[in-house]
Design a protein around this ligand. Sequence first.
Ligand code: PLP
Length: 424
Amino acid sequence: MSLSTVRRAEAELLLPTYDRHPVLFTRGRGVYLWDAKGKKYLDLLSGIGVNALGHGHPAIRSVLTRQAGRLIHTSNLFFHEFQAELAKQLTKLSGLDRAFFSNSGTEAWEGALKLARAYAHAQNSTGNNAKWRFLALDNSFHGRTFGSLATTGQPKYREPFAPMLPGVSFVGLNDLDDLKWKFDSSVCAICLETVQGEGGISPVSPEFLRLARELTRNNDALLILDEIQCGLGRTGRYFAYQHHDVVPDVVTVAKPLAAGLPLGALLTTHKVATCMHPGMHGTTFGGGPLTCAVAVEFVKQMKALLPHVQNVGNYFQEQLVELKKKHPAVREVRGLGLMLAVELDDADAAKSVVRKMLEEGIIINRTHDTVLRFLPPYIVEKKHVDQAVQALDRVLAAVLRQGVSRKEREPEEAIPDEVALAHA
Ligand code: PLP
C-alpha cells in the first residue's frame, strides 16, 4: 500500500488529532527503519522514547512470540506468572516497595494522583479532606486524560477541555521561592517530571528536588515523580532521581517498559500503598502476561546497557556542544544520558531542521517550538552519533544560510506541529 492511499484513507476515517510526517514505515531493525519505498532512516527518536532496545531486538522477539503462543490476557481477576516478577525487579531498582501496572503513561499518572488523594483521605480521621491540592510545574506534560491534563503546566493542552480538575497550582521550574510560597498544609502532593520531556528537556535542579522532598516529608504530603519519559535507563541511571540523593513516594514509568508494547507502572512505598483496598482502582488490560513477560526481559537488557547509555550519551552531548560553537543559532545544548536537546533561537528554523533531517534519513523531533529533541534507542553507537551530528551540521548550515523563507514556513507537505505530534 502506498503513502498516498493510506493518507487519503486516514483523512476520511480518523479523528484529525495528528499531523503526521509524510512517511509510511514498513519495517525496522536495530536503530534503523525503512519506509514503503525502501528508504532507510536512522531512528533517533525511538517512537518518542519507547523503542529503547531498537527495532526487532532478538531477545524481545523471542519472549514475545513464546508468550503470545502461551497466554496473552487473563484480566486482573486472576494471577499470572509475570506481574510479581516484574514488580520485584522494579521495586528493587527504584528503592520503593509496591507496584501497580497500567496500559499507558497517562493512566500511571492518573493512578499516582488518585493515590495522593486516597493517602490524604486515609490520614484524615475526620473524613474531611483537608489535604487535596496538587502543586505541579509550569511547562510540564503528564498526558491527555483529565487528571494528567489538569496537572500539565501548558495552557495550550488544557484550554480546549476546560474546566479542569480543581485544586492544581503551577510553580516555576526550579523556582525555590515560588515553591515555598505556594506550598501549604492543604497540598496532598508535589508532582513533577525529574527531567521535563515535552517541555523541552529541562532537568529539575537538585536544590528544587530536595526542597520538594523536604516540604512533602515534613507535611505528610507525597512527592510524585513522573519518569514516564526520563526513567528506566534513559538518563544513564535506572531512574533519573538517582542522579540526586532523593527517593520519591511515588514514581511513574511507561514508555520503554515493555519495549514497544503498551505498559505503564506506578511504584510507591509500603506506607502509601496501604491506603488502597480492592476495588478502589484497577484496569482490564494493564499488567497482562504478554506485556509483563516482555517487560521482565526489557529490564534485564536495560541493566546491561546502562554503562553504554552513559558513555554514548556523554559522547553525543560533547559532539552537540562542539556543533554549538560553529552555529550561533544554537542557543543551548542540554540533557542527560540519551535524553538530549538542542535549542535553537527560531521556531521556524527548528521546524525546517526536523524536515531536512528526515530528508537526510534521520529521525528527530521538535518540541516546545524551538527545541530539537533526541531520544535514541539505548543501543545507538558512536558511529550513529557521528552520522547524525554531521547531518545536523549540514542541515543547520543550509537552513540558516537560506534563512527561513516563506516556502520553508508553509511547505506543501505539512510539518507536524508539536501540539499534535509531541504526545510528549
Ligand atoms: N508523562 C510524560 C513525562 C510523558 O512524556 C508522557 C508521554 O507522552 C506522558 C506522561 C503520557 O504518556 P502516554 O502517552 O503513554 O499516556
